[in-house]
Design a protein around this ligand. Structure first.
Ligand SMILES: Cc1cc2nc3c(=O)[nH]c(=O)nc-3n(C[C@H](O)[C@H](O)[C@H](O)COP(=O)(O)O)c2cc1C
Length: 192
């Protein structure tokens, strides 16, 4: 079983990374192959609305000069994907939003290539706006008919400076629930 964790923060070792790393440790200890992909800080163009993906239906975006097609490939090879983002002005980072729009559209116009894969969102926040970011990420999964496991609460973690989220005990518990439910679901889906 494979899981792709995408860090949408430009802070490579910040709170989003910390939360993803908690998931990584829990999933790896149960035998899941995990990759953390560093997206934040890379140049990712927004959707050009050219609809060439719908015309070509080759599971690719026509924009080739950035990592989106590599990420599509990685999602296709994975059983589950978690997108992590810090909260920026009540939403996801620019890189994550560009990824949502382009991966989302390629998925939808290619006959549901991500259908029934597992998708989850993880959000770091200082104080407010995390639920909006959480929903923005989940829109990608919903619209692509993916399965979103619950975790007992929104998987958001509080902290400003890198690593502060470690002190958010409730976030750690929620991440633990998420890992457990992802594992359960991946096992079930593998058998189906
Ligand atoms: C440009 C920018 C915008 C931010 N906007 C918000 C915000 O709307 N609400 C909030 O609570 N924190 C906001 N923050 C704080 C970050 O969400 C917070 O520090 C988070 O833990 C950063 O995660 P990271 O360490 O993974 O980068 C913002 C930070 C930056 C740099």
């Amino acid at each position: 079983m494979k899981t792709l964790l995408i860090n949408g923060s430009p802070r490579e070792n910040g709170n989003t990374f910390y939360m993803l790393n908690v998931l990584r440790e829990k999933l790896e200890s149960s035998g899941v192959e995990v990759e953390i992909y560093q997206l934040g800080g890379k140049t990712v163009k927004g959707c050009a609305a050219c609809l060439m993906c719908a015309k070509n239906t080759d599971k690719r975006c026509i924009i080739k000069a950035d990592p989106v097609n590599d990420i599509i490939e990685k999602i296709l090879e994975s059983d589950s994907v978690v997108i992590g983002s810090p909260t920026y002005f009540g939403n996801v980072t620019t890189e994550v939003k560009a990824l949502i729009d382009r991966v989302g559209l390629v998925g939808m116009v290619n006959n549901g290539i991500f259908k029934r894969k597992i998708g989850a969102a993880v959000v770091a926040v200082r104080r407010a706006g995390s639920v909006e970011a959480f929903h923005a990420i989940n829109n990608l999964f919903h619209l692509n008919q993916m399965i979103i496991p619950g975790s007992g609460y929104w998987t958001v973690g509080y902290g400003l400076k890198p690593g502060e989220v470690a002190e958010d005990a409730e976030a750690m518990k929620t991440l633990s629930n998420l890992a457990e439910n992802m594992l359960w679901l991946m096992e079930k889906l593998k058998k189906s």
